[in-house]
Design a protein around this ligand. Structure first.
Ligand SMILES: [Zn+2]
Length: 71
C-alpha cells in the first residue's frame, strides 16, 4: 500500500494483509493462531469448509456441490 508516495508497512509489515484482520471474537481459530480472522471466517477456503459442515455427502444440494468436499 502506498500512501502519499510512501510505502505503508503497518505493524509487522502486514498493512495490506486483510486476511488476518480480526472481524469477530468467535469462530474457528485461524492458522495464524488468532480467533476471528477474516481468513478463518469468510475466505473461500473457510466458506467451502463451512458448506461441508452444513451439508451431507450426496444430498444433492447446490451448497454441497460448492463445498470443500465436492467431487
Ligand atoms: Zn489469521
Amino acid at each position: 500500500v502506498v500512501v502519499d508516495g510512501r510505502i505503508l508497512h503497518g505493524r509487522r509489515g502486514l498493512a495490506a494483509e486483510i486476511g488476518h484482520m480480526t472481524i469477530t471474537n468467535e469462530g474457528e481459530r485461524c492458522v495464524c493462531g488468532v480467533v476471528g480472522c477474516f481468513e478463518a471466517i469468510a475466505s473461500g477456503t473457510a466458506l467451502g469448509r463451512r458448506a461441508t459442515a452444513a451439508t451431507a455427502a450426496g444430498d444433492g444440494s447446490a451448497l454441497r456441490r460448492l463445498s470443500a468436499e465436492a467431487e
